[in-house]
Design a protein around this ligand. Structure first.
Ligand code: COA
Length: 323
């Protein structure tokens, strides 16, 4: 923990680099670019065969991701970057870098720190999901870990993966009131759109993480007051869990269904949700990367391609095409 706390600072040039983004840059794009850019600040990271060196880069990345994430947020807000406060724990320091203004010290409510801690832990690792697979695939070329994790951030950016909780919030807002839920459900069943925050490639029953998040929701709302979208979410869940369409397809709430509501209670804009996910997932990506690079049997990723198309297509040779 001490090591992580003492590597939270980034090189001052990272700051100027991040200031160069457009005022409306998506914080996830900024995170992806800046974590990749760290590879240029630590060229020794390419020496992935050395155990001590690998450890150093892992510590650096876990420590610096909250700094990069918080600065991506501050940039969009047009607020000055806040330097890390090494007296604070991991999550409390992150909240300070996000929300500190002119006060000498930013001290977040302990209940909020705990809830965000829980969310980070819940997101830490989750088998061979899309972004972990991206980290492993890119890492298998023996590139440095910053570049491999940048690939993970890119994969997480997509709405079918980490972007789902942002999509849930947009969906709830669009539904607007409990009265509109039946029409919305009919549209989903007709295939017009998906019920975001429902369904999972692996979990074909209630996502165990969703249960814990529901509890964290209560703790956070005790501090911030209840999010009015919660009522719509709860009703939507109730209706969907009783509807044959969802029951038959084993579609249950996943981790993203409620996490967005918590993030919103912290007053994070939806674009920041995936950044929070990425910070939580970084230790998992790195654990997977470490396992990969230490595996003597590991080869470069190279999925087999099998041509299944037509083998009898006629064609005009290039030499005859323009005559
Ligand atoms: C997560 C997800 C990509 C997993 O997909 P998957 O395991 O490949 O499931 P499929 O896409 O094969 O879907 C199976 C069936 O359920 C339906 N389905 C799956 N998720 C659905 C959803 N969220 N809303 C409505 N229908 C859904 C599909 O249309 C399909 O129906 P069909 O058999 O009639 O064609 C998918 O459930 C989804 O898009 N969920 C919404 C996005 C989300 O919350 N992602 C976060 C994951 S943690």
């Amino acid at each position: 923990m001490h090591e992580i706390t003492y590597h939270t600072f980034v090189h001052e040039n990272v700051k100027s680099f991040m200031e160069g983004f457009r005022y409306d840059a998506h914080p996830m794009g900024m995170l992806m670019a800046s974590v990749g850019a760290l590879s240029t600040f630590y060229p020794d990271a390419r020496n992935i065969a050395d155990a001590e060196n690998r450890h150093m880069q892992i510590v650096r990345m876990i420590a610096k991701m909250p700094t990069l994430g918080a600065w991506s947020y501050r940039h969009a807000q047009g607020k000055p970057f806040v330097y890390p406060d090494n007296d604070l724990g991991y999550t409390a320091n992150f909240l300070s870098m996000l929300f500190k203004m002119s006060e000498r010290k930013f001290e977040a409510d302990e209940r909020l720190v705990k809830a965000l801690d829980v969310l980070f832990i819940l997101h830490a690792d989750h088998e061979q999901n899309c972004s972990t697979n991206a980290v492993r695939s890119v890492g298998s070329s023996q590139v440095d870990p910053y570049s491999a994790v940048a690939a993970g951030v890119a994969a997480l950016f997509g709405p079918l993966h980490g972007g789902a909780n942002e999509a849930v919030l947009r969906m709830l807002r669009r539904i607007g009131s409990k009265d509109n839920i039946p029409d919305f459900i009919t549209g989903v069943k007709e295939g017009n759109e998906r019920l975001m925050g429902f369904g999972h490639r692996v979990y074909k029953n209630y996502d165990p993480r969703a249960k814990i998040i529901k509890k964290a929701c209560d703790d956070v709302f005790e501090v911030t007051g209840v999010n009015p979208l919660l009522e719509i979410a709860q009703e939507l869940e109730k209706i969907a869990l009783e509807d044959e369409y969802f029951v038959k397809r084993k579609l249950y709430p996943n981790v993203d269904f409620y996490s967005g509501l918590i993030y919103e209670a912290f007053q994070f804009p939806p674009e920041m949700f995936t950044v929070l996910f990425a910070i939580g997932r970084t230790p998992g990506w790195l654990a997977q990367w470490l396992e990969l690079v230490q595996d003597k049997e590991q080869k470069i990723a190279r999925p087999k391609q099998i041509y299944t198309g037509d083998r009898t297509l006629d064609f005009t040779p290039a030499s005859e095409r323009w005559s």
